[in-house]
Ligand binder design. Structure first.
Ligand SMILES: Cc1ncc(C[n+]2csc(CCOP(=O)(O)OP(=O)(O)O)c2C)c(N)n1
Ligand SMILES: [Mg+2]
Length: 372
C-alpha cells in the first residue's frame, strides 16, 4: 500500500508560477517530525478540465479563501463569538468535490467546514450572519461556525465531533436509497477521524448496504496538535480495501485532479455503492484561529505557499489563455460580494436569549405514524 512518489520539489515546481494567495510567512523554529509537504505522496497528472469548468472552480476557491481571510480578521476584532477553524490551503477539496455533486445531493461536514458550506451553495450573506451569531443567519445565529447547516442546499451540517458527520451522511445515503432518489452524499472527514471506530462502522454499513456515499478524507497530516501518523497505524486505502470499497488518492491541492476523481467516484456511487477519495493537502493555519502552532516545523510550513491550490489554478487558467485582467476582475467581484456579506452580517440582530432552545427538540408530529 505504498503511496505513489513525486516529492515536495515536484509539487512546488507545479505550484510556484504566481505569488501565494495570502498565505502567511512561517515563523522560523526548530524542526520536528513532519517536514515534508503532505501532498508529496501523490503523482503528478495531466490536467483535463475545460476552461469554463476550471474558472468556476477557481471562483469557488477564491470565494472560500477570501471569506475565511475576512472571518480571520473579524474574529481577531472580536466580531465573531466562539471560535473558528479555517480551511485556508484546502479549498480545492471543497470546490472539486462539490462541483461533482448535483443540487439535490447532500454533504456532511466537519469542524473545518466553511469551504464545504460555500461550495455546496449556502448563501454567502446568511453564512456570514450565522457565523457572526445573528438571528438572520442560516441557523438563526444559534449554530455558528461549527454548526452551519442548510437543508435547502443539502448541507447536513458542520460538526464539532470528529467523525460524527459520517453517521449523518450514512443515514442520508440510506434515505436516498430507500426513496430511490438516485442522490449521492459526500461525507467530508479529516485524517484525524481515521482512527475513530465510527468511520470503520460507516464504511462497513455503506459497503454492506451498497449506499450512494462518497467518503472524502481531507488528509492534511494533522489532528489538532499531533501528526496523524502518531495516532493511526493503518491507512484509508487499507480500510477501504478491507470493506471492498473502491479507493482513489489525489493531490488535494490540485483542484482539477480533485474534480476529476470526485466526478468519477460520484458517478459510480450514484448507481449504488460507496467510494472513498483521499485528498492529500496541507493545513495552512493553526488548528483554530489563535493557535500559535509552536508544534509545527518551519520547513513544513515553508512548503505550503508553494502548493497553494489557488495560484496553481490561476497559472493553469493563464496557460489556457484566460487574461490576467479577467482574473483580476473575478477577484474584485469576489471581494465585493464578501464585503457586502460582512456589511449584512454587521447589520444583523442578535438572537433573543429566550429562543435559545428553539429547534433543539423535535415538535411532536401530527402524522398518524407519530411515535412509531
Ligand atoms: C470525538 C472527538 N474526539 C476528539 C475531539 C477533539 N478534536 C477536535 S478537532 C480534532 C482533530 C481533527 O483532526 P482532523 O479530523 O484531521 O481534522 P483537521 O482539524 O485536520 O481538519 C480533535 C481530536 C473531538 N472534537 N471529537
Ligand atoms: Mg487533519
Amino acid at each position: 500500500m505504498k503511496a505513489p512518489a513525486s516529492g515536495p520539489k515536484a509539487m512546488a515546481t507545479m505550484a510556484a508560477e504566481e505569488p501565494s494567495e495570502g498565505l502567511r510567512k512561517p515563523a522560523a523554529r526548530k524542526p520536528n517530525r513532519t517536514a515534508k509537504s503532505n501532498t508529496s505522496s501523490v503523482a503528478k497528472r495531466p490536467a483535463e478540465l475545460p476552461k469554463d469548468a476550471l474558472l468556476d472552480l477557481y471562483q469557488t476557491m477564491l470565494l472560500v479563501r477570501r471569506a475565511e481571510q475576512r472571518l480571520s480578521a473579524l474574529f481577531a476584532d472580536g466580531e465573531i463569538p466562539g471560535f473558528i477553524h479555517l480551511s485556508i490551503g484546502q479549498e480545492a477539496v471543497a470546490a472539486g468535490v462539490c462541483q461533482a455533486l448535483a443540487a439535490q445531493d447532500s454533504i456532511a461536514s466537519t469542524h473545518r467546514g466553511h469551504g464545504h458550506s460555500l461550495a455546496k451553495g449556502v448563501d454567502l450573506e446568511a453564512f456570514f450572519l450565522e457565523i457572526m451569531g445573528k438571528r438572520e443567519g442560516i441557523c438563526g445565529g444559534r449554530g455558528g461556525s461549527m454548526h452551519v447547516a442548510d437543508m435547502a442546499v443539502g448541507m447536513l451540517g458542520a460538526n464539532g465531533i470528529v467523525g460524527a458527520g459520517l453517521s449523518l451522511a450514512l443515514g442520508s445515503a440510506l434515505a436516498h436509497q430507500l426513496r430511490r432518489e438516485r442522490r449521492v452524499v459526500a461525507a467530508f472527514f479529516g485524517d484525524g477521524a481515521m482512527a475513530e471506530g465510527l468511520l470503520h462502522e460507516c464504511l462497513n454499513l455503506a459497503a454492506l448496504w451498497k449506499l450512494p456515499l462518497l467518503f472524502v478524507c481531507e488528509n492534511n497530516g494533522w489532528s489538532e496538535f499531533s501528526p496523524t501518523s502518531r495516532q493511526f497505524a493503518g491507512s484509508l486505502e487499507g480500510l477501504a480495501k478491507t470493506f471492498g470499497i473502491p479507493y482513489r488518492r489525489v493531490d488535494g491541492n490540485d483542484v482539477e485532479a480533485v474534480a476529476l476523481a470526485a466526478t468519477a467516484a460520484v458517478e459510480v456511487a450514484r448507481g449504488g455503492g460507496p467510494q472513498a477519495l483521499e485528498c492529500m493537502t496541507g493545513r495552512v493555519r493553526g488548528h483554530f484561529e489563535g493557535d500559535p502552532q509552536r508544534y509545527r516545523d518551519a520547513e513544513e510550513l515553508a512548503q505550503l505557499p508553494k502548493i497553494d491550490p489557488i495560484p496553481r489554478a490561476a497559472a493553469r487558467l493563464r496557460a489556457l489563455k484566460v487574461s490576467a485582467a479577467a482574473l483580476q476582475e473575478l477577484s474584485e467581484k469576489v471581494d465585493r460580494r464578501i464585503e457586502a456579506a460582512v456589511a449584512r452580517g454587521r447589520q444583523g440582530t442578535l438572537p433573543d436569549f429566550q429562543e435559545a432552545l428553539a429547534d433543539v427538540y423535535t415538535r411532536p408530529s401530527t402524522s398518524p405514524r407519530a411515535g412509531v
